[in-house]
Design a protein. Sequence first.
Lengths: 151, 151
Amino acid sequence: MADILHRVGIRSPLNEVYEALATRDGLAAWWTNDTQGEGKVGGRLEFRFSADGVEIGGFAMKVLELHPRELVLWEVIDGPAEWIGTSIRWRLRREGDYTIVLFEHQGWKEPVEFMHHCSTKWAIFLMSLKSLLETGQGAPSPNDVQIGDWH
Amino acid sequence: MADILHRVGIRSPLNEVYEALATRDGLAAWWTNDTQGEGKVGGRLEFRFSADGVEIGGFAMKVLELHPRELVLWEVIDGPAEWIGTSIRWRLRREGDYTIVLFEHQGWKEPVEFMHHCSTKWAIFLMSLKSLLETGQGAPSPNDVQIGDWH
């Protein structure tokens, strides 16, 4: 098993960062504009991505846990085979002027090349989250920063 | 053991990407301006970082392997305790219009919070490498993109 780990510090209140992770509107503003579904515990969230106007894939998550201002936990229930059954955990805490986000995409079976890609791409989306909260402007799909030949 | 993995695709020739990883001048243009030492096999490279004019730390690497246009491998021999003994591997190959960079920072003893930070920061520096090669302008320390309260 292998995990993708990230950490960013965001100069925004804990509750605002939590809302950006726990609500459909929040998620749509930094990850992908095409976010559908129910953000509450037991709900299913669907994230679809496109490039040049063409849909290129997506993920569905079951919301396993929500602890306001502290934790969001998803299980991946649909998407690329490598993602299914993995979990995505967001932990929040306050540190000085920053809300610290600890991100873990856990339970990859193998450290395949696609995992390398997803690790870098998650960092880019975490910077989109940070930008959304600090400046009001994220860079969700389809306007996400491209990191190479895979989208 | 835990590893940091990343992948970017760069629209530049293989030999140019290799030079940016295998030479002191190349490294100084995307990672840290303060890069010293010998880039050849068996040599020691020193990378020092500063913020607001104050030195905040650094790393020393022993160059273990250099395979032009294919591979660069370093062992960390000085720096934060969590880094010492880890290795950093850069693998390159051509794919369509892109040079693909597969990055691995291998052998972390524990997935500590500092590893989360370093994972995100490596992604940011890989985007600096990509920018250097595609636009002529990287963002090495001390002008690196900040990701939070840790520098």
